[in-house]
Design a protein around this ligand. Sequence first.
Ligand code: SF4
Ligand code: SF4
Length: 218
Amino acid sequence: MIVSKQKELDEIIKKIKGSVFIFGCGICSDTSRTGGPKEVEAMKGILSGKNIVVEGTYVIDAMCHIQKVRKAVRDNKEGLSKAQTVLVLSCGSGVQSAVAALPVGIKVVSGVDTMFLGNIESLSSLKEMCSLCGKCVLNETGGICPVTLCPKGLLNGPCGGMKNYKCEIDENMDCAWVKIYERSVIQNTLEDIKKTAKPRDYSAKKPAATLKFTGSHK
Ligand code: SF4
Ligand code: SF4
């Protein structure tokens, strides 16, 4: 789940030129409460109250799916043809789907800040557990991610700042490496963390990565 938070309203309004069409995302932004049906309706009310004409709204079930965004653009041709700006209440990926799917003359404005990939702990709590680093070390660390859960991203055990099993950066947080150690003891996989991890291979995290599949996808 991509977690996002709404930008300041003034920042959004400053970027809007003319009338606006609002897109939301029914998956991640809905869960983050930044761009689901409720938030899109609320944004429509706020903008209308500021004398900005809202030509239409539409919540796509996944703004990151460019084909779905293209279809939504076709289905909302009339409203979109009157709008000078399209406001997208979804993650940066969704905003760029809109950029790819809309005619170049339409200004696309992002209404949210994309925060992180979050695990859903409960309906009101999303937690970052993976930073999408491109070279997963979970098989060597008892299934707990040091890249994300250790603020320094250390791969070879704790730093000298760990105190009472807590992280030196945030004393309310368990040291990631204590958790990794405890789990490795229980699972009898201490040998894995005794090995020295090689320096991270950043080539696995190329900018603007693309994954292409071969064959058909059901
Ligand atoms: S090592 Fe951590 S950040 Fe990298 S892919 Fe695995 S879980 Fe994600
Ligand atoms: S105390 Fe632990 S979690 Fe915090 S920075 Fe050091 S190694 Fe990482």
